[in-house]
Design a protein around this ligand. Structure first.
Ligand SMILES: [Zn+2]
Length: 512
């Protein structure tokens, strides 16, 4: 007893005159790295966590977190939107860092300048984008760091279907390498959008990643349950390149790339990892993808059979497409983003396939967030670039863009008990940080709730946290997230987005 009193005296003696900038008091603090899961007070000074204590801490500002969970902010390795509304919809579900690693962009330096001018609420970053390099090499243009560059290129087929000549391969590789030299977070390889590339091209990208000490992030070449040109073949190609070169190669959305063959893919991943191959894996918790309607995977005579799909599997806005509409968009507006339903979550067998990927211990959660878009009066689909909040009613996206992380907490943790809270938090914060930290030093202080770490923190109510977005109306914010701090600053306070909050910092490799 005396020891407790003297400790209390010591603590009050050292902290009574000094108040921390901010204290989150009395919450259930979960740190997936140390295994801490207990009621604690967390103090923040500046942009860092300064103290974590069982005893009361003095703060200039106090956030009462009684009954709530305090966890590291969620880190999304796979998100495409680049407008302030995209980042805000992620922030209100607890995401504090959002990275475009799968598609990547080019040129990287220009992209970071553009994003920096947007005064973003959460941290941002991107990989060097191979598809941008490939489009540039085949079209004889310079890559632009905009999604429009990628969308406009959907009407050309050469970069999707042809093996590069030696000259073109040189240009592709030099553009990608320039992106790494400008601080890109690795190499984004959207292979499924250009499945005609040669084996040597992908191998060269793996070697480049190895030489620069970075990872590749691949949407694999094929998504098909039928051989040849199957999901199995595509993931085996990736693992083979990782094994031979020693490069760290990350598999994007194994759920949608595997379709109904997920168990074979997860078995292959397990065997490869057990043999020391440096691969990491992500999934998003939905049975539908979002992609351009002119994507190469929806071409050729047999794509319907290979992907078990008809026009009915495609959704644009609230409606499913007819065969006539699908043919029209593919011919005239192939860069249009559509939702493609590959599993039906209402069917228990389909849901079990999705659950197998989401709950696998080797699989981290990444949203594959996509731009908020709207129909113009003449029927075109444009990305919403405005800063209205809440987002205007007319905008639509995939529900994962506002609900992927909240859905894991609601459905997988609370409602169905398929994951523990600490497992879910690990998969959404620590694992993504660890995926990058060998070559992105900034990530070593993220994904952890420990003294000295970045104050990227989310406080949520485990009983009410939920996604509300549906395929018919994705434009519904997640609920139950009460506080989000990014670099020590409020982005969500008392459950409301702080409109002028702009503490987001670039996540970027050093460029000296
Ligand atoms: Zn993808």
């Amino acid at each position: 007893m005396r020891a407790v009193f003297s400790l209390l005296f010591l603590l009050s003696g050292t902290t009574s005159t000094l108040a921390y900038d901010l204290v989150i008091s009395g919450g259930r603090v979960i740190d997936p790295e140390t295994g801490l899961d207990a009621i604690r007070n967390v103090a923040i000074d500046g942009d860092r966590i300064a103290a974590i204590s069982e005893f009361p801490l003095h703060g200039d500002v106090i956030v009462d977190a009684a009954g709530q969970v305090v966890s590291p902010g969620f880190i999304d390795l796979h998100a495409h939107g680049q407008n302030i509304g995209d980042y805000r919809m992620q922030a209100v579900q607890g995401v504090t860092t959002m990275l475009e690693l799968e598609s990547g962009v080019l040129p990287i330096g220009e992209w970071y300048e553009t994003q920096s001018a947007k005064s973003l609420p959460i941290n941002y970053g991107a990989a060097s984008g191979w598809t941008f390099g490939r489009i540039a090499a085949f079209s004889g243009t310079d890559p632009l760091s905009t999604t429009a560059y990628f969308q406009d290129a959907q009407s050309r087929n050469d970069w999707k279907n042809e093996v590069a000549t030696p000259e073109r391969l040189d240009r592709i590789l030099s553009l990608v390498e320039q992106g790494l030299d400008e601080g890109g977070l690795g190499i984004g390889i959207n292979a499924g959008y250009a499945p005609g590339y040669g084996q040597k091209e992908y191998f060269a990208l793996a070697e480049m990643a190895r030489d620069h000490g970075v990872a590749t992030y691949t949407h694999v070449r094929y998504a098909s349950n039928i051989e040849p040109q199957s999901s199995f073949e595509a993931i085996k190609e990736l693992i083979g390149n990782a094994a031979i070169t020693g490069a760290h190669m990350h598999i994007c959305h194994i759920n949608s790339s595997s379709l109904s063959d997920i168990h074979a893919m997860l078995d292959m991943v397990e065997e490869a990892q057990a043999n020391g191959i440096n691969i990491s894996v992500e999934a998003y918790p939905y049975g539908a993808a979002n992609t351009v309607v002119g994507a190469a995977m929806f071409s050729g005579d047999d794509w319907r059979e290979r992907m078990s799909s008809t026009s009915e599997n495609f959704q644009l806005g609230k409606d499913r497409l007819t065969e006539e509409q699908l043919a029209d968009y593919q011919a005239n507006n192939p860069g249009t983003f559509v939702t493609w339903h590959f599993l039906d979550e209402h069917e228990p067998m389909d849901l079990a396939l999705l659950d197998a990927s989401v709950t696998h211990p080797a699989v981290l959660i990444a949203s594959d967030e996509v731009f908020w878009s709207y129909f113009t009066d003449d029927g075109k689909v444009l990305n919403y670039e405005g800063d209205a909040w809440p987002l205007p009613e007319k905008v639509f996206s995939h529900p994962r863009s506002s609900g992927a992380f909240a859905k894991v907490l609601r459905s997988y943790v609370r409602e169905r008990g398929l994951m523990s809270l600490s497992e879910a938090i690990r998969n959404m914060s620590l694992m993504p940080a660890q995926t990058l930290e060998d070559f992105v030093p900034q990530m070593r202080s993220k994904g952890r709730l420990q003294i000295g770490m970045d104050a990227d923190i989310v406080v949520f109510d485990p009983e009410t946290v939920a996604d509300r977005a549906t395929f018919e109306n994705a434009n519904q914010m997640a609920v139950g997230v009460n506080t989000v701090l990014v670099n020590g600053a409020f982005v969500v306070r008392d459950g409301q987005l702080v409109l002028d909050a702009a503490p987001g910092k670039p996540i970027r490799r050093s460029i000296d």
